[in-house]
Design a protein. Sequence first.
Length: 201
Amino acid sequence: MTGLSILSSVLGGIGQKQQYDAQAAAYKANAQVNEHNARLSEASAQDASDRGKVEEQKYRKDVAQVRGQQESALSASGLDLTAGSAADILSDTRVTEEEDAAWIRHNTEKEKWGFLNERQEHLRESERNKAAAKNAKKAGNMALFSSLASGAAMGAMEFGGSKTNSVGSASNNPFADIKDLSSKKVTTYRTNQQRVKSLLS
């Protein structure tokens, strides 16, 4: 019966280790997914930055065309482009250009920051999953070790009990013969005493 208990304990430990190993593998897979998502977020951040630059360049090109048209129209009207209302119009166009360009950069940085923040969160989640995988692996090894130690303890108790029973039995007791010899001596002594009494009487 103890042999079955030992086997059951060992198999239970192996089963627990397999469960923990499966959990560790799942955590590792999740960590890989997290790292993949982090790379995607980083790529998205770079894409947002590139698109922002392209958008700003395109906007400035469009404004340059508008400014050119303004200068042509004002010159055709005989106005001095460096003074008066003509200069004010062109100055307003340049100010508006810089304000809009700054807004484009602001939106670009905001979008880029959002993706970079996502990247950091994915990396943090990856580290959490890696730590969980390590802990699950450790727990599995501890469960297996505990079951093996328990089985070894039961085996030692079984072996020790059998040895004690063997020593305590009459057939294996080295002192049994001594007891028997003492009994025989007593019997022989009493017989001799009776013979002496019969001779004297």
